[in-house]
Ligand binder design. Sequence first.
Ligand SMILES: NC(=O)C1=CN([C@@H]2O[C@H](COP(=O)(O)OP(=O)(O)OC[C@H]3O[C@@H](n4cnc5c(N)ncnc54)[C@H](OP(=O)(O)O)[C@@H]3O)[C@@H](O)[C@H]2O)C=CC1
Ligand SMILES: CC(=O)N[C@@H](CCC(=O)OP(=O)(O)O)C(=O)O
Length: 345
Amino acid sequence: MIKVGIVGGTGYTGVELLRLLAVHPEVQLTAITSRKEDGLPVADMYPSLRGRVNLAFSAPDKVDLTQCDVVFFATPHGVAMAQAPELLAKGVKVIDLAADFRIKDRAVFEKTYKIDHTAPELLEQAVYGLVELNREEIKGANLIANPGCYPNTMQIGFAPLLKAGVIDAGNLIADCKSGVSGAGRKAEIGILFSESSDNFKAYGVAGHRHTPETTAQLQRLTSDKVALVFTPHLVPMIRGMHSTLYGKLTKDISNDELQKLFEDAYAGEQFIDVMPFGSHPETRTTKGSNMLRLAVHRPDNGNTVIVLVVQDNLVKGASGQAVQCMNLMFGLEESLGLNTIALLP
Ligand SMILES: NC(=O)C1=CN([C@@H]2O[C@H](COP(=O)(O)OP(=O)(O)OC[C@H]3O[C@@H](n4cnc5c(N)ncnc54)[C@H](OP(=O)(O)O)[C@@H]3O)[C@@H](O)[C@H]2O)C=CC1
Ligand SMILES: CC(=O)N[C@@H](CCC(=O)OP(=O)(O)O)C(=O)O
């Protein structure tokens, strides 16, 4: 059994990891931390886990994470970088759900996140955990930088087009919407029920921290210079993400060929559903599952290609992807513990 530690077990991605790992056949949950809930049984805070998780939360400084085989950091940016060096030195694998190791360029990271990087020596060895684009590297990794939720949708949606060289890499537009759980389980005015329900708004239009992450990853797929405009929106739902991606076609290509690019790129992928051309994927068809669905459109057969992408921000956008990485890192079947079908309605 793989001994698993979770730092930040009380947050939304932390409890999502618990939901997935509590029924994972190869995992033994070993340590779950919380600074605020030290000593509280996990199932007292999350009764959905009664009878499934019998551990209590421990304060991070009271638990020996080096007894684990792998530690997930479901924490704010800056936490994993403080503990990863010691864990890795002791042979413990690390999967960070935050951004500490996502951006290879230290200066760009520090400018974007406005924190000093305390473990820059690990940036080179960190592997970006987007499985469908990086599977082989993930298999051999000891340190995973799990992608941000928006970047996940943007990369899966743009990748086949960029790799085939059929769109202008310098003119990518992503119009994305997230449910409120994307902001985490914290007290903040903007995500109060009476502020965020029955309301709809964009945010981060002048610049969001997911733009440099996504641009750098997309740049790995093409030799043309990538330029991305990304606008996130908060929608009044709890889970779910919908990204509408726009690309300008530069090649003479038929709709069938466009569709085939996606079908070929994701042939055999268990967690990417390429829907029929012109479909309208709905966020609720991914709720609680590790599936990402997408559909390709081309309005009036013109030179704009639109890719619609949906996922559950907490599963394929965070904890499900992290478990998918763990499975690969430990030589397990990639989908182990991840076969839940979305909840409908
Ligand atoms: N929510 C989402 O959809 C997604 C989130 N992410 C990323 O995943 C990470 C976790 O997100 P999310 O679960 O939403 O966040 P939450 O705010 O819901 O939870 C954060 C968790 O971290 C713990 N924590 C906070 N500060 C520290 C610290 N200094 N040391 C140790 N533990 C700490 C908190 O518990 P306590 O205070 O009790 O210690 C809590 O359990 C973030 O980096 C986020 O950006 C990535 C993709 C999607
Ligand atoms: C709705 C909402 O607020 N979403 C978050 C993104 C969540 C996420 O993916 O976080 P990290 O990349 O920071 O890990 C935001 O825009 O800041």
